[in-house]
Write a protein that binds this ligand. Structure first.
Ligand SMILES: [Zn+2]
Length: 71
């Protein structure tokens, strides 16, 4: 009963179910989620800035500059 095939040979399994990095397709890290590294995050951000992506809503930008509305 000890001849069961192991399917996890050589495959690195993260603690949680992670999505692949949208930039390079590697496993994303929790630190740079949803990207695998800071480099890919920057690459993706530059794409946003160049207009390759459809920008939904920049929530952070609105909140960061909301102090001007108070008077
Ligand atoms: Zn990546």
């Amino acid at each position: 009963m000890a001849s069961e095939p192991i399917k996890t040979g050589g495959k690195v399994e993260p603690l949680r179910k992670t999505r692949p990095c949208p930039e390079c397709g590697k496993a994303s890290s929790r630190e740079h989620y949803p990207f695998c590294s800071d480099r890919c995050r920057t690459l993706d951000l530059s794409r946003w800035l160049t207009g390759s992506y459809a920008i939904p809503v920049a929530e952070d930008e609105t909140k960061a500059d909301g102090s001007d509305e108070r008077d």
